[in-house]
Design a protein around this ligand. Structure first.
Ligand code: N01
Length: 540
């Protein structure tokens, strides 16, 4: 595409926002069907979440043989992952390989943030506006904007006063940061911090970790992939991918349990936890089939991890401070680390427990708590995201009657199957709220949503329809169902970003759908029944 001219709108069949895993697959798939489709992304490179999250230690917590596209057999045979858990640079190399291999870049415009999307009810088109004032007009828009892609910078008193460098893990400088000789503060102890802290500690003169809520973390036991492991996966890829898609709750294959933690004696239970702890990864949470639904079983797993923390961290008071106690394990996304707890045994690492000595303010020279002034040269905000909704509500999206999506979602996101929201015809979301997204291997979910959207668009084309949106009735029932399913588990019992609880003022609603295989069946059923629950029309 030549450089867009603000004076003339760009005309497309489908405009895609976001050049991450979702946008790239959507581009490839829809272009094959003859649509004029183009992707816009704010970054100066493709990759989406895997482009922005370049902090030290960033790697995926799903095994690399499973965290990749499944839609091209030769691609999955040719690509060579090198480690059990791929690093961010390796994932970005993979994304580039895919883009080159399928000639995607010619239909991608980078350095272009979409700031608004307005529906024209008479024409049944969306007009997207870029930060350079260019307009793009298309009958359909696909928001492939990611679910953990709107970084949260908390409103910390004094942040602007700080004279040192401030970094956010989700917006890391491209050329990296050299912390050698510096006094560094990491603010936050979620997955991003837990990966970054061991790496920053190796460089920094001194590292202060500012923790409000401790997290549960299990060891990754990352290692190089052996030729045998790779061969086993590759020789069975089609069947393993099918199994992950259709027969698992999360799109990831683990050693699945068959019994409750309460069906076995303590020694058997601990031996099972121990074996999974030794093997590493999120496989730990699948030790028994009731760990996320039964409080007593959950406590067995939580107690085991707390014991491990106490065995690892030499100072008992410090170990205590690192033990989560006020929410069930797995109710927040389990962290997967490399030497996180052991890092606190280093003489150059100090934990600042903000529950005991609350944050007061950032100063010119560091950070003040109720107990002391801590001098810092650099501050790392590992403070997470406005998850699931932020990337959408930060765009001025207006549907029927000029209604804004942000207003519609002020009491919590409302969408049908996480793919469309009533009142916003022809606007698709990939892995939106109410779909498994963050509770699944997100690439599996992305592929399912993009496949579904493509089939839907082909259907509309075949019947000459120009407009589709879900009814408010099915949307309301689905939002209720999503919350009913969640309420049968322990997940709503933590103040997590799944619940919107990390953002002051955000509605507390459980946003993702638990159960990937069920979700897939439901989506297939809706399509097979002629897009049941959707209003399809020639015009408004
Ligand atoms: O963000 P988080 P993240 N004052 O929201 C703290 C995925 N991911 O970027 O818990 C004080 O989990 C906050 O404290 P609290 C993964 O799904 C995957 O780490 O609110 N503290 C918390 O400690 C993950 O779950 C991978 O008390 C404040 C931290 O900041 C998701 O991304 C790697 C604060 C934020 O933790 C998000 O993870 C990384 C305040 N005002 C991420 N505001 C892998 O695949 C926030 N905090 C491995």
């Amino acid at each position: 595409m030549t450089a867009p001219d603000p004076a003339h709108p760009v005309s497309l069949d489908i405009a895609i926002v976001g050049a991450g895993f979702a946008g790239l697959y959507a581009l490839h798939k829809l272009r094959k069907h003859g649509y004029r489709v183009h992707v816009f992304d704010a970054g100066d490179d493709i990759g989406g979440t895997w482009y922005w999250n370049r902090y030290p230690g960033a790697r995926c917590d799903i095994e690399s043989m499973q965290y990749s596209y499944s839609w091209d057999e030769q691609l999955q045979q040719d690509w060579q992952w090198t480690e059990r858990f791929a690093t961010q640079p390796e994932i970005l190399r993979y994304i580039h390989h895919v883009a080159d291999r399928f000639d995607l870049s010619r239909d991608i415009t980078l350095n272009t943030r979409i700031t608004a999307a307005i529906f024209d009810e008479a024409a049944n088109t969306w007009t997207l506006t870029t930060d350079a004032g260019v307009r793009i007009v298309a009958p359909y828009a696909i928001m492939a904007t990611g679910v953990l892609s709107a970084p949260l910078v908390p409103n910390l008193a004094g942040l602007d006063d700080f004279k040192g460098a401030i970094y956010h893990t989700a917006n890391w400088p491209k050329d990296g940061v050299d912390f050698a000789g510096l006094r560094v503060g990491v603010f936050g102890t979620g997955s991003s911090a837990i990966q970054a802290i061991p790496e920053i500690a190796k460089q920094a003169r001194h590292l202060h970790v500012f923790q409000r809520t401790p997290n549960f973390s299990v060891p990754a036991r990352n290692q190089p992939l052996t030729p045998d492991t790779i061969a086993q996966w590759k020789s069975n890829y089609p069947e393993l991918r099918r199994y992950a898609r259709e027969d698992t709750g999360s799109g990831t294959i683990y050693d699945f349990p068959t019994r409750s933690a309460k069906d076995v004696d303590e020694a058997t239970r601990n031996a099972e936890f121990e074996a999974r702890w030794a093997k590493g990864g999120a496989n730990f949470m699948h030790a028994y089939n009731d760990l996320v639904i039964d409080e007593e079983s959950n406590r067995f797993a939580a107690d085991f991890v707390r014991r491990k923390i106490r065995e690892t961290v030499k100072d008992p008071a410090l170990a205590d401070a690192l033990c989560p106690t006020d929410y069930p394990i797995f109710a927040k996304r389990i962290c997967v680390d490399s030497d996180y707890y052991d890092t606190f045994n280093r003489p150059n690492v100090t934990l600042v427990n903000l529950k005991k000595t609350p944050f007061d303010r950032v100063t010119e020279t560091g950070l003040r708590t109720s107990a002391s002034d801590i001098a810092l040269d650099a501050l790392v905000l590992a403070t997470g995201f406005d998850a699931m909704t932020g990337a959408l509500t930060r765009i001025d999206i207006r549907g029927i009657g000029g209604q804004s999506l942000k207003d519609k979602w002020s009491e919590g996101p409302r969408a049908y199957l996480g793919v469309m929201s009533a009142g916003f015809p022809n606007l698709f979301m990939v892995t939106g709220p109410g779909s498994p997204s963050v509770l699944s291997n997100v690439i599996v979910s992305i592929e399912q949503h993009v496949d579904w959207i493509t089939d839907c668009l082909l259907h509309l084309r075949s019947i000459g329809a120009q407009r589709i949106e879900p009814t408010t009735g099915v949307e309301n029932s689905w939002v209720r169902h999503v919350n009913d399913v969640a309420s049968a588990t322990l997940l709503p019992k933590a103040a997590s970003w799944y619940m919107g609880a990390n953002i002051p003022g955000k509605a507390r609603v459980f946003m993702p759908y638990i159960g990937l295989a069920n979700f897939r069946r439901k989506c297939n059923e809706v399509a097979a029944n002629g897009y049941e629950g959707f209003r399809i029309g020639q015009s408004n």
